[in-house]
Design a protein around this ligand. Structure first.
Ligand SMILES: [Zn+2]
Length: 325
């Protein structure tokens, strides 16, 4: 492109750049000397759902190699890599984020899951309590803590220095999940790690814990939904206020591409892989059919989006933009 004077745009810009560089060199001191501070991303996302106020809180994130070792364990590395590349993701890396949710119904403050807790803080995780405080809610103000399932990234933040992290809360969890991890025989073998954490982080709270089943309510407008498979008693929650609906799917699906576009693919962390896949199809299918927003604990922050059903039987993730105020 050429201007009427015959000087190209590029040389015009070059001239302007040289002029401003000269101006700086002419004695105007630079004040742009702040050190680079690294990536910064929003860690709290708050919006209204009818008369409720809902916020997702980023507990932290972890990166691991070889995505196929977690998602698509029954597929080839090439197949998993191809789907990642098609979706603009590094085929060699997996970023896993952790996002508990807090719901203020106006009458009660309800926290869903608690992050990894103090033990993970050295690695930059375990931030749920501090995020909650940054969102204007003191730990003492939490009335109910709902535990969707007992994996360490969900129960790790229940205790702080051996005492309850949310000192005035009562607790709600699925009876099936609680019974499974509390049974003596889980203390050895592949279940030992979670069973031991259950003994230190959940058992001391049993006196203040309500055991519920699918269809039961946590509070008015908040109902448990069967989502077994990821763990034996894993549950999702349907949240509704003043006609506005939201599904909190917890770990029903744990990757916004691999485990949504290919709900049948086996996932390392699903204890019953067939049942987890069946749960994905029913829960995700309902979300897509009803066109409602959902929160996924391991979806990319702010962990809220919508689902479009694909002809393949999978789902395309549409991250929230400005639908929720
Ligand atoms: Zn999880």
């Amino acid at each position: 492109m050429t201007t009427t004077t015959g000087i190209s745009r590029r040389s015009l810009f070059a001239t302007a750049g040289a002029a401003s560089a000269l101006a700086l060199a002419g004695g105007v001191p630079s004040r742009a000397a702040a050190p680079k501070a690294g990536p910064m991303r929003p860690a709290i996302y708050r919006f209204a759902l009818g008369d409720f106020e809902v916020a997702t809180l980023l507990d932290g994130q972890a990166v691991r190699d070889n995505p196929q070792s977690v998602f698509g364990t029954d597929q080839s590395v090439e197949t998993v890599s191809a789907l990642l590349e098609q979706n603009f993701l590094d085929p060699a890396k997996l970023k896993i984020t952790f996002s508990p949710t807090v719901v203020n119904t106006g009458a009660e403050v309800i926290l869903f899951d608690t992050g990894l807790g103090a033990g993970a803080r050295g690695g930059g995780l375990g931030q749920t309590r501090s995020r909650l405080e940054a969102a204007g809610i003191a730990p003492e103000q939490v009335d109910i803590v709902v535990i969707t399932h007992f994996h360490p990234d969900h129960i790790g933040g229940l205790m702080e220095d051996g005492t309850p992290a949310f000192p005035n809360a009562r607790y709600v969890t699925g009876a099936v999940e609680h019974n499974f991890w509390s049974a003596e025989e889980r203390m050895s073998g592949p279940t030992a790690r979670v069973a031991k954490l259950t003994a230190t982080n959940v058992t001391p709270l049993n006196e203040r814990m309500s055991m519920i089943k699918p269809g039961d309510s946590v509070a008015s407008g908040i109902e448990a939904v069967e989502a077994f498979g990821h763990t034996p008693g894993h549950m999702a929650y349907h949240i509704e206020s003043a006609g506005q609906r939201l599904m909190l799917i917890a770990d029903t699906s744990n990757h916004f591409v691999l485990s949504l576009q290919r709900p049948d693919w086996e996932v390392l962390f699903d204890m019953d892989k067939g049942r987890a896949a069946a749960t994905r199809k029913s829960v995700l299918g309902m979300i897509a059919a009803d066109r409602i927003p959902f929160i996924g604990y391991h979806m990319p922050p702010p962990a809220i989006g919508y689902l479009e059903a694909l002809s393949s039987g999978g789902f395309r993730y549409h991250p929230v933009s400005y639908q929720l105020i």
